[in-house]
Design a binder for this molecule. Structure first.
Ligand SMILES: Nc1ncnc2c1ncn2[C@@H]1O[C@H](COP(=O)(O)OP(=O)(O)O)[C@@H](O)[C@H]1O
Ligand SMILES: [Mg+2]
Length: 392
């Protein structure tokens, strides 16, 4: 029997979010809706999820001691990682001591490292991926880039949102790409993965929910990325029955290995009707923000429902939808305002993340739209997003 002890109970059901960004904020809201006590953790104060949590902790989550101390003080029933920059070895250790990590400490540990997840998917499960090599110093990178051929991409083995990534078209671009991978990777002296560039026809995210009643799928989500950061996403992404069938089969294979209950975002490329696995997040995916308007249970609601052990049954889709990211560009400061909101139309919604401080270029909100067709929806969300002013 599933029981929730509400937030005011002495021994309430407690959820600790490790990472408190905009995705964490939506998870926190879903936990609040279930009456649980929500503890938001991040390395800076007033992060988005902290606005809707009962308590907050500001710690360096890459520091094993600080992380363990925070978890043992709060004794959460569920530890829900929202970002990758966490000392995942601590989560593996604490899981062995009885803590519940969502979806599983092994999933969180393996997917935050491009080397570990490639080993599992490409080497062990024999799933098609881009051709790749690793390198731990500049000379090796140079040699392996030449082995793979141009164009290719260098990525730190631990990074997200396109940080430290470079496309390389020519030998004389290797220097700068190597420097960038070392500067923007999560830890110093980073190993890199070099991937052969795939001139894909389209890329998509398949959201899969692993739950007590099996693995369920949302309709595939198409997306457009610039500099490794997503700009817009839409649902459903059109594709052949065969490609979708293969994508589901691959997802099931990987998720069964990673284990645990929760939402997974599985990223794929499609090139000439061939499906190529790219990466997987053991948590709601940024491109999945479109599900805030497209489904009866968003990816965030599904995540919470899955880790609580409540059956998912059927996910109802409302129709063609899209999301357009609202960026703050060249803004510096901490008093951010959004104007011209009266232009938001019927069948549109906005989410404003309320990030405390911005430097330069950051994702600050998202405009959601539902229309008759996906094409119309992409145009409509983009049009409205373009007319919203963000100022400091
Ligand atoms: N091998 C590749 N070929 C073509 N495009 C790629 C390749 N790897 C990454 N990309 C592009 O860069 C984006 C970000 O890469 P990804 O590996 O998902 O990094 P992150 O972990 O930062 O999201 C992808 O969504 C895709 O648009
Ligand atoms: Mg990605």
């Amino acid at each position: 029997m599933i029981t929730i002890k509400t937030a005011l109970c002495k021994n309430s059901t407690r959820v600790m979010l490790l990472g408190s960004g905009e995705l964490g904020k939506e998870i926190a809201i879903e936990c609040q809706r279930m009456g649980m006590e929500v503890i938001a953790v991040d390395r800076y104060s007033n992060a988005p999820a902290m606005h809707v949590a009962h308590r907050q902790h500001i710690i360096d989550m890459l520091n094993a001691k600080e992380l363990e101390r925070c978890i043992t003080i709060e004794q959460p029933n569920f530890i829900v990682p929202e970002i990758e920059s966490i000392d995942t070895n601590t989560l593996v250790k604490l899981e062995k001591n009885g803590y519940r990590v969502v979806p599983s400490a092994y999933a969180v540990h393996t997917t935050m490292n491009r080397k570990l997840i490639r080993h599992l998917t490409s080497k062990i499960l024999r799933i098609p991926t881009s051709k790749y090599q690793f390198a731990s110093n500049y000379q090796e990178a140079k040699k392996n880039v030449k082995n793979l051929g141009f164009p290719c991409i260098i990525k730190p083995i631990m990074s997200s949102s396109g940080k430290g990534q470079s496309f390389i078209n020519h030998e004389n671009e290797i220097d700068v790409a190597w420097e960038k991978s070392q500067k923007y990777g999560r830890v110093q002296k980073q190993e890199v993965i070099i991937e052969k560039y795939i001139p894909f026809d389209f890329e998509f995210t398949l959201l899969a929910v692993s739950s007590v009643d099996g693995i369920h799928f949302c309709l595939p989500i198409g997306h457009f990325q610039e500099n490794g950061d997503y700009k817009s996403s839409w649902q459903p992404q059109k594709m052949s029955v065969d490609v979708l069938k293969k994508a589901k089969k691959i997802s099931k294979k990987i998720i069964s290995q990673l284990g645990g209950h929760g939402v997974f975002g599985v990223e794929f490329f499609v090139y000439k009707e061939k499906i190529i696995f790219s990466e997987i997040s053991p948590r709601p995916h940024d491109t999945g923000m479109v599900t805030l308007i497209s489904q009866d249970l968003s990816e965030f609601a599904l995540h919470v429902r899955a880790f609580l052990g409540i059956p998912i049954n059927k996910i109802n889709h409302y129709g063609p939808s899209s999301s357009a990211v609202l960026f703050g560009k060249n803004l510096y400061g901490n008093s951010i305002s959004f104007s011209n909101l009266e232009i938001i139309k019927k069948n549109q919604q906005i989410r404003i993340f309320s990030k405390p401080k911005i430097y330069g270029f950051r994702r600050l909100g998202v405009l959601l739209d539902r229309s008759k067709t996906v094409q119309e929806s992409i145009l409509n969300s983009q049009n409205t997003a373009n007319k919203i002013f963000i100022q400091t």
